[in-house]
Design a protein around this ligand. Structure first.
Ligand code: FRU
Length: 598
């Protein structure tokens, strides 16, 4: 036996002890360590190395298994710390029983990992922003990973956002429902995790309703959540809250809906006046299943929709189903939202929808099966669902502003992912078909600050509005319009002095508008980030644009709500300049107005 292996065998043979203040760390084998917490503090800070494989952490409370999560405990270097909360263990013995999976063990001996020297007890966890790209006015978790918006519901003046959340790393894993509330859809208050994993599994996406008539028996106006328990199979579970979402109790009869389909998830429910029952729609592989229930607990399958309809380049996920008015008529139609990953028009994730009729039992699509309708024509718009119980018959949606192609490797670390600005939906009719109008919610006007307007007028060529974005704290709203006279190509470009730019171009020959982020800034984190996305447009006299720029995103809305394009951008310096251009002819450009964000 070589000297080095002899030495390791010796270390492993004797349980090896390391001392951190208030902690007793024992290495029982190369792949198995115990951390005993011996001092009452608020948090145990876990050192994380994002590229390290996941270790399994079993938390023992008075020697009994209490919970299990995974953590990428640092092997060579510490990227950041995440807190493990100890409050719930006050007055009890706590041991973290940590197992490293096989490939972790193959590369090293566990006790030499840097994490053991740096793991520590503390009463503070600093969530002050450390990220250049953290948006100014889009929702982000304080730290850790976020994907889909979940359980969005309005109640008593508060809009609740729950979301897919990993508190132990800024990459996907350990799904919990994070929670935040807002009174104005823009300024959010962060609340503790609302629903945490249990023996049935981690907590995947789902929805919430207000049970106004106490149909479920948990109290009048209780908030009822139904989510996917992702264990060995995917099943649906119920939890309820009688304190406005501050705490949830899991229903003892969980799971309430099971199936032997592997992908069976993301339940979305609503009260249906027509049948005087609840409906629920969920994604099952390549189709949606529709159920009904008198009490939110007992569900009967009514029908299925989707095989052969729309895009099927990936798994169907995160459905929604609601009725919307058709603009300018007294008519209403039903919209079935279907998020799809991969298989989006520009690769990866995207949100498609179907318009038709729904009688409480069956959805009938108005279009040919081959028709595809997209809610957003950018690359970073996914898992979009709407708020339940919104006031004034509004249908407000939020999207997760990322794409599974690169969501876990975008250049932030303290947190990953933000949501889109809130949008209000309605329908309009074109060529015998209904399409969504998607407009920024009226609340976005409330963050409009001071404005600078620059007149442009008739343009043949281009005009640079130098430094018009400077001093706007890397975030702004821009409005402008184009009235083409002879030009077929015109648009607007945002750029910085390093030559990084994002370009929006109207092409009337092709009847499309595109957003080019090929040279927008950092993109080497993923080969599929540098892209041009495009949307169809209609012939119009004036093309109105409303652009929401934040530190790492651009959402471009047209004035009619007929297209929106949501794209992430990571410029190495904030964009400073705006250039408007018109090629091969003239375009009248209305004043370019740049608003600060309050
Ligand atoms: C969509 C999704 C859902 C699932 C959740 C898990 O992004 O895959 O289908 O419930 O994320 O985090």
């Amino acid at each position: 036996m070589k000297l080095k292996s002899l030495f390791i065998a010796f270390l492993v043979g004797l349980p090896c002890m390391a001392q951190q203040s208030g902690l007793d760390i024992q290495h029982l084998s190369e792949t198995h360590s115990l951390v005993r917490v011996q001092e009452a503090k608020k948090y145990l800070l876990l050192p994380i190395e994002e590229k390290a494989p996941e270790a399994t952490v079993n938390v023992l409370k008075n020697m009994k298994p209490d919970q299990t999560f995974t953590a990428r405990l640092a092997i060579n270097k510490i990227d950041y710390y995440v807190p493990f909360e100890l409050d719930a263990y006050k007055g009890h013995s706590v041991i973290l029983d940590i197992h490293n999976i096989a490939d972790r063990a193959q590369t090293r001996t566990a006790q030499t990992d840097v994490c053991w020297n740096e793991i520590k007890l503390t009463n503070e966890f600093d969530t002050t922003n450390r990220e250049t790209y953290r948006p100014r006015y889009h929702f982000t978790p304080l730290y850790g990973w976020m994907n889909d918006p979940n359980g969005m519901v309005y109640k008593d003046g508060e809009w609740h956002l729950f979301y897919q959340y990993n508190p132990y790393a800024s990459v996907w894993g350990n799904m919990n429902w994070g929670h935040a509330v807002t009174k104005d859809l823009v300024h959010w208050e962060h609340l503790p995790v609302a629903i945490a994993p249990d023996g049935l599994g981690t907590v995947f996406s789902g929805s919430c309703v207000v049970d106004k008539d106490n149909t479920a028996g948990f109290g009048k106006n209780a908030i009822i959540a139904i989510y996917t328990s992702a264990g060995r199979s995917q099943t649906q579970s119920l939890a309820y809250s009688t304190d406005n979402g501050r705490t949830f109790t899991k229903y003892a009869g969980n799971p309430i809906l099971t199936s032997d389909v592997m992908d069976f998830r993301d339940p979305n429910m609503f009260w249906n006046e027509r049948i005087q029952k609840w409906n629920l729609i969920l994604a099952a592989g390549q189709e949606m299943r529709i159920y009904s229930s008198p009490n939110l607990k007992d569900w009967k399958e009514e029908s299925r929709f989707g095989l052969g309809y729309g895009a099927h380049g990936g798994v169907w996920e995160c459905p929604d189903l609601f009725e919307l008015p058709v603009e300018g008529t007294s008519e209403k139609k039903w919209v079935l939202v279907c998020n799809l990953n991969p298989g989006g028009p520009f690769g990866g994730s995207a949100t498609q929808y179907f318009v038709g009729d729904f009688d409480g039992y069956k959805f009938t699509c108005e279009s040919k099966p081959s028709t595809c309708k997209w809610m957003d024509y950018g690359k970073d718009h996914y898992a979009t669902v709407s708020f339940s119980n919104a006031p004034d018959n509004r249908r407000v949606v939020l999207a997760w502003m990322s794409n599974w192609e690169y969501a876990t490797s975008v250049p932030t670390q303290q947190y990953r992912s933000s949501n889109s600005v809130p949008r209000d939906l309605a329908l309009y009719m074109k060529d015998g078909e209904h399409y969504l109008t998607v407009k920024p919610s009226v609340e976005m006007l409330s963050v409009r600050g001071a404005a600078v307007s620059k007149k442009v007028g008739n343009l043949a060529g281009s005009k640079l509005l130098k430094n018009i974005l400077v001093g706007k704290d890397d975030a702004a709203e821009l409005t402008l319009s184009f009235e083409p006279s002879t030009a077929k190509l015109f648009g607007v470009e945002l750029s910085n002095d390093r030559g990084e730019k994002v370009v929006l171009t109207y092409d009337l020959a092709k009847l499309q508008v595109s957003v080019d982020r090929m040279q927008s800034g950092q993109s080497n984190f993923s080969a599929s980030f540098a892209t041009v996305t495009s949307a169809p447009i209609e012939k119009q006299d004036v093309y109105q644009l409303r652009l929401f720029l934040d530190r790492c995103s651009l959402e471009a809305f047209d004035g009619e709500g007929h297209f929106v394009m949501t794209n992430l951008l990571f410029p190495n310096e904030p964009y400073q300049h705006v250039r408007v251009f018109s090629q091969n002819g003239k375009t009248k450009v209305g004043a370019v107005t740049v608003y600060e964000i309050k």
